[in-house]
Design a protein around this ligand. Structure first.
Ligand code: GUN
Length: 287
């Protein structure tokens, strides 16, 4: 079954929208600020999609556009301004950043209470320990898919291809929480196929078009394709050779209309969580 995520996503977005309608009877709307450094065309596309999604459900979004040669010091100062601004609930620094900027330094500069990506070490640590925190959007969106189709992960062999901080590493903790057996593979893994063939659940997040071919996939697998690759003809394509793989799968997410939609939905969800947390603190301070 091809798992188009629009309906799952729309349900979540509609309930966030309803919540915002209720909250904004008494309070200001939630506010997400996206910091975009440089003019990477993919990043601009993603940021525009995030902005559009915010507008559709009543989240205020601002984009701060900075030159690609901005110094790290200047970028950190911009983030500090946002940290101190009570009218800002959520901060997202679009990645990747230019090479002269240390990504970890920037992530660590974001107030953990406004870290909508869940990339700050505080949130990463809390997530691994199963404590309350903001979980990164793509992993969280992926986990929602299993819930939505009623797929029980307990005891399942989950194989993740890729070892990124954004997707793969957070997924380890989330799958373990569901009692799955997790294997991480990456560019130095020997005989990738030997691992992927055993996967009841195969998550691919490396950014290599059609890396996963039919003979690498087990019959009846649940395949989650996180890759977004732009082909020569301008079309998008995942990391899985979709046309030759989908018939083998119990479930497979397409590209586009799959994981990417869920990532944006979870960004809206996380923004709402931070907003509510911010309001609670605000009310507490007033008392
Ligand atoms: N670049 C690609 N994916 C993401 C994401 O989830 N968050 C941020 N901040 N940048 C990204």
């Amino acid at each position: 079954m091809i798992l188009y995520t629009k309906d799952i996503s729309d349900n979540i977005r509609n309930s966030i929208k309803d919540e915002i309608i209720q909250y904004t009877k008494n309070f200001r709307a939630p506010h997400l600020v996206v910091v975009l450094v440089g003019t990477d065309s993919a990043s601009i596309k993603y940021v525009n999609a995030k902005k559009r999604a915010c507008e559709e459900i009543g989240i205020v979004s601002s984009v701060i556009e900075l030159e690609s040669d901005i110094s790290e010091k200047h970028l950190l100062a911009e983030i500090e301004k946002l940290n101190c601004d009570e009218g800002v609930d959520a901060i997202l620094v679009q990645l990747p950043l230019p090479k002269h900027i240390n990504t970890n330094t920037v992530i660590m500069a974001i107030n953990q209470k406004k870290d909508v990506d869940g990339f700050h070490p505080h949130n990463v640590g809390h997530s691994l320990l199963g404590l309350d925190c903001i979980t990164p959007c793509t992993p969280k969106g992926i986990m929602r898919l299993f819930d939505a189709v009623g797929y029980d992960l307990e005891g399942k062999n989950v194989v993740i291809v890729g070892r990124s901080n954004i997707v793969s590493k957070p997924l380890i903790g989330l799958f373990l929480e569901k009692n799955a057996t997790v294997t991480i593979t990456h560019s130095k893994t020997r005989d990738l196929k030997q691992h992927t063939k055993k996967a009841d659940v195969l998550v691919v997040a490396v950014g290599k078009a059609k890396l996963i071919t039919s003979e690498m996939v087990k019959e009846g697998a649940f395949v989650v394709d996180v890759g977004i690759n732009v082909m020569e003809n301008g079309k998008l394509c995942g990391d899985v050779d979709f046309d030759n793989v989908y018939e083998k799968c119990a479930f497979i997410t397409p590209v586009p209309k799959g994981v990417g939609v869920m990532t944006i939905t979870m960004l809206l969800y996380n923004t709402m969580l931070l907003y509510k947390n911010n309001l609670e603190n605000f009310n507490r301070n007033k008392i």
